[in-house]
Write a protein that binds this ligand. Structure first.
Ligand code: ADE
Length: 422
């Protein structure tokens, strides 16, 4: 189908006033991003730069878009997941902030990709991804535009893994900034953000009591660690499934039971996948699960739960509550949350603004960094310099009113010397 340029595509502009209230609410919890926005408004470091952003369309992302615009960018926004769009936020960005948005919650796959095209049609020079969909499109269908890209930034672990694989194979067509590699991103967003918002999604979808439930976490990266810790704090008995022996060992010493999914599948009440890999829960596991087992995914793509095989196995399928589909076979029911897509965004509101504050401080300073350093960057994956990472941590602490110690000259000298022993 040929595509004509559209200025925006959102569900209903009449939703804007609710979206505006919620965007302003989130802003209160984003002091670091706010300080960057104030500086951007004065200095206009992104003046005239066209940007395409493919991110979850949430109140927090709205504040990032407002910051980029304050910095002088002409920024276009589409969704990085068909189920994560908050329609009122999309409406307000268009109506109140004059930012072009192409995103409608529950859009079809075709429309999802039309919206990606709509953000690339204006020929951006910087792109911002959460899951590498813009970069993929620029490496496949729209390769002719790749030479126009100064650089791209990537928010999430899954995206960064793909981009590093592309760099290794020598197929990357422009520099990429791995926002996820910043400490002020993955140590907080992935751990505390995913930890809390995943539990939030499960609770809002089901209203189950976690105390006393057996909750199986597949994947013990920063996100899995976060979910395990929050679930445990609410009284769940946590089981961890891992393929990496170091991470498995860490989970054991963090106090969790560790076992293969083939065993965990028999005893879990709730399952959460956060591995970044495919078919982590599949036919052999569904077959041995208990009646009423709840299955959710909080990894970036909807590939971790093999829903096609569950569909084939099932005699009956019905939506039993919002964001809960009940599959029935052999006299038992399996409950799948949020269509196996990111449960924290499909069934809740994603990470709280306070943690996205640091992630999006990284994104906005990342865009500035890409622009400043464009001439010396290769077709590689970069991390933001440690000094910017540290500065974000410093600003966040200051916003929380927390002071920390400073090294004395004597202590600084000690740390850089080797002569002093016992
Ligand atoms: N990813 C996870 N939570 C998010 C949020 N609240 N906004 C944007 N991206 C997110």
């Amino acid at each position: 189908m040929t595509k004509t340029r559209i200025d925006y595509d959102v569900k209903d502009l009449k939703l804007a006033s609710s979206g505006k209230n919620r965007i302003e609410w989130a802003e209160k919890f984003m002091p670091v991003l706010r300080s960057i926005k104030d500086r951007f408004a004065r200095e206009k470091p992104l003046k005239g730069v066209k940007m395409a952003c493919c991110l979850h369309v949430t109140t927090e992302t709205a504040n990032l878009m407002i910051t980029l615009k304050a910095g002088g960018a002409e920024a276009y926004l589409c969704a990085s997941n068909p189920l994560s769009t908050q329609d009122d936020v999309a409406a307000s960005l268009v109506a109140d902030y004059k930012i072009p948005v192409f995103a409608v919650r529950a859009e079809s796959n075709d429309v999802y990709y039309q919206h990606i095209d709509a953000c690339l049609d204006p020929h951006p020079s910087i792109t911002m991804d959460d899951g590498a969909d813009l970069v993929s499109t620029l490496h496949t269908k729209r390769r002719n535009q790749a030479p126009e890209i100064i650089g791209s930034s990537e928010e999430t672990t899954t995206g960064v893994i793909r981009l590093k694989a592309m760099e290794k194979k020598g197929v990357l067509l422009f520099p990429v900034l791995a926002i996820n590699d910043s400490n002020t991103k993955h140590l907080f967003d992935n751990r505390y953000g995913t930890g809390q918002s995943t539990i939030d999604g499960i609770m809002r979808a089901t209203n189950i009591l976690l105390a006393g439930a057996t909750l199986v976490v597949a994947g013990y990266g920063w996100c899995g660690r976060g979910v395990a810790r929050r679930a445990s704090g609410m009284g769940a008995n946590v089981i961890v499934c891992e393929v990496n022996p170091l991470r498995a060992l860490e989970a054991v010493m963090d106090g969790y039971r560790v076992m293969p999914m083939s065993r965990a599948a028999r005893i879990g009440d709730v399952f959460v996948t956060l591995t970044g890999d495919i078919n982590v829960i599949r036919t052999e596991h569904f077959k041995v699960m208990k009646d009423g087992a709840i299955v959710a995914n909080s990894g970036h793509f909807d590939v971790e739960i093999d829903l096609k095989s569950l569909d084939r196995l099932s005699k009956k399928k019905r939506e039993i509550r919002a964001n809960v589909v009940e599959y029935s076979f052999d006299g038992k029911r399996i409950l799948v949350l949020g269509e196996g897509r990111l449960v924290n965004l499909a069934a809740a509101e994603g990470h709280p603004a306070s943690v996205m504050d640091m992630s999006f401080a990284n994104q906005s300073l990342g865009a500035e960094w890409l622009l400043k350093n464009a001439s010396r960057l290769d077709k590689k994956v970069y991390a933001l310099p440690a000094r910017i990472d540290m500065e974000i941590a410093r600003l966040k602490l200051a916003s929380m009113g927390i002071a920390i110690d400073k090294l004395s000259p004597e202590q600084r000298h000690y740390l850089t010397s080797w002569e002093l022993g016992t």
